[in-house]
Design a protein around this ligand. Structure first.
Ligand SMILES: [Fe+2]
Length: 300
């Protein structure tokens, strides 16, 4: 997608707009839920990160009460937030940010502006989506880039995208050595981003993504291990869980809804580093977590 943006931006943007329109319809369905998906090894890091940020942002936008059209624009801006990176040299685009030299960092921090330049060439590209692309690294305390904007100057849609961008980077640990569980990342995000993101956006985020976000590895009170495959918006403490059972082929693995059994509950969450290799393989995490909004398969 990002590559297509550099060669034929109009066509790539059209594809993105159609994709977001379809997803946005699902987001607005009454039984929409956030699911864990398998990240295919053929999919580039940039692409699934863009999709994750877009999915999370749309769910958050809906939870904050934005109308369908606005959520669609949010999804588009979030999907294309890093499109300007196509103009960066490979060594800067693929580097971990702390490893960049000061001049390289300066160039890296131009990617929001480059993104705007790319979408400017697209006829009828929504202004609010363009703003998201420009502001997705701006924070309300003025510590962001490229313009060090402060509260009041950053759109709420940009703040939603900024938060989901930070969250997905933490979950997938590309720019950090932190190895937290997805659930710990939510509470960490809440505590550490209070200076940078409006509290209302943060609160909606915790409420929406839940205590046990998809991808969280959990141990139940009956000592079975499982992975959260989706969250029940109606009952955040009772997610759907795929159980680890070496005697059952992973394709036939049992998925349970905790809400169905009052005696069953999550006892603890487990860091990926503390999970045996065979369990990680069984859950097919592939080292990365992908999100997708789908209509609920299991009744909650
Ligand atoms: Fe970015």
């Amino acid at each position: 997608m990002m590559k297509d943006m550099s060669t034929s931006p109009a066509q790539a943007a059209k594809g993105s707009q159609e994709y977001i329109k379809d997803v946005s319809e699902i987001v607005h369905a009454s039984d929409a839920a956030l699911y864990l998906i398998e990240v295919s090894s053929t999919m580039s890091m940039g692409n699934y990160h863009a999709i994750n940020v877009s999915m999370l942002s749309m769910l958050l936008g809906k939870a904050m009460g934005f109308d369908a059209k606005t959520v669609e624009i949010l999804g588009l801006g979030a999907l294309l937030h890093d499109v300007g990176k196509v103009k960066l040299p490979d060594e800067i685009r693929n580097a971990k940010t702390p490893k960049l030299s000061p001049p390289q960092k300066k160039l890296y921090e131009r990617h929001p502006q480059y993104g705007v330049e790319i979408v400017q060439a697209i006829k009828d590209f929504p202004k609010d989506a363009k703003t998201i692309i420009f502001q997705h690294h701006e924070y309300i305390d003025g510590s962001g880039f490229p313009s060090q904007l402060t509260e009041g100057k950053i759109s709420v849609l940009s703040q939603i995208t900024a938060l989901c961008n930070l969250y997905d980077k933490l979950v997938n640990s590309r720019h950090t050595d932190m190895k937290l569980t997805s659930a710990e990342v939510v509470s960490y995000s809440f505590k550490s981003f209070t200076q940078r993101i409006n509290p209302k956006v943060l609160q909606a985020f915790v409420k929406t993504i839940g205590v046990y976000p998809p991808g969280t590895i959990v141990v139940l009170n009956d000592k079975r291990t499982g992975i959260v495959t989706s969250i029940n918006q109606a009952s955040l403490l009772n997610p759907n869980i795929m159980l680890y059972d070496p005697d059952v082929d992973r394709k036939q693995a049992q998925i349970i809804n905790l809400a169905d059994d009052p005696n069953l509950r999550v006892e603890s969450t487990v860091r990926r580093d503390d999970v045996p290799e065979e369990v990680l393989d069984y859950f097919n995490l592939g080292g990365s977590v992908g999100f997708q909004v789908q209509k609920s398969a299991t009744k909650s």
